[in-house]
Design a protein around this ligand. Structure first.
Ligand SMILES: Nc1ncnc2c1ncn2[C@@H]1O[C@H](COP(=O)(O)OP(=O)(O)OP(=O)(O)O)[C@@H](O)[C@H]1O
Ligand SMILES: Nc1nc2c(c(=O)[nH]1)N=C(CO)CN2
Length: 227
């Protein structure tokens, strides 16, 4: 997705949360100074079935979905990367805003697994602390503001839905999901609100793709549509 398509939705997210666009831009610029252009051809997922793993408590019970022979690529959001690896599955990409398990991201880049590292207005200290520790060859810098230099914006807000937008941008043929619970009673009110947005964004993405994400089955009527 290009920024022109993303920007109106981004504006609604900023309004809803009261986030400051200039804060996102400042973090983006700091990230741009720390990363190099990422060769997207190394992640050519054209025709692939991509499993997008979220970090809901249900993930452990759903990891067997990764055993499906149809799954070609595994992407994990934030702490889902640890669960996926602990269960013995190979990871193709970790997507993170560095707020929970940045050590995992360091280890992954050191072993040649790409990490999509996100900068936003509320994680600038983490960007400054952790991105310099990554192996730069294996970092894809992302922003939710306008893309600049090596930092891309292919859409998405929370780590998990951003992972789905990245898979879409990289040509995935089908997206399947593990570890998603939009109604998770264990999350705090801010996280619950972010999950509402993740759900809306995935609905938007599936409509644009002409796909039906099983993770949204039974929920579509209750989702406030995006353009
Ligand atoms: N019930 C859930 N609890 C947490 N994350 C969930 C849940 N369901 C889906 N997810 C997805 O899993 C991702 C990773 O969650 P985790 O709590 O590890 O990360 P996070 O760093 O706090 O994520 P974010 O900063 O994007 O909110 C979330 O970004 C979200 O997209
Ligand atoms: N400015 C800002 N942007 C975000 C934030 C956040 O807390 N602040 N959280 C996100 C996912 O957790 C994604 N983007």
């Amino acid at each position: 997705m290009d920024f022109t398509t993303w920007e109106p939705v981004y504006g609604r997210i900023l309004d809803d949360f009261g986030f400051d666009r200039t804060g996102d831009e400042r973090a983006r610029d700091a990230l741009a100074d720390l990363v190099a252009p990422f060769d997207r051809d190394r992640l050519d997922w054209a025709g692939a079935t991509v499993a997008v793993c979220g970090a809901a408590p249900t993930l452990d019970d759903e990891l067997d979905r990764l055993d499906d022979p149809e799954v070609d690529v595994v992407v994990a959001a934030s702490t889902a990367a640890d669960a996926v690896q602990d269960a013995g599955f190979d990871l193709d990409l970790m997507v993170t805003d560095l707020d929970k398990n940045p050590e995992t991201a360091v280890e992954l880049t050191e072993s040649g697994v790409p990490v999509a590292a996100h900068a936003h207005g509320d994680n600038l200290p983490a960007v400054r602390e952790w991105v310099p520790r990554f192996d730069t060859d294996h970092v894809l810098g992302t922003t939710q503001a306008a893309p600049v230099g090596p930092v891309v914006n292919w859409g998405g807000f929370t780590d998990g839905d951003r992972a789905a937008f990245i898979a879409d941008e990289l040509g995935a043929d089908r997206l399947v999901f593990a570890g998603w619970d939009f109604d998770d009673p264990t999350v705090d009110p801010m996280k619950a609100r972010k999950l509402r947005w993740a759900e809306r964004l995935l609905r938007w993405l599936e409509r644009r793709r002409g796909e039906r994400f099983s993770v949204l089955d039974g929920r579509r009527d209750g989702i406030d549509p995006l353009p």
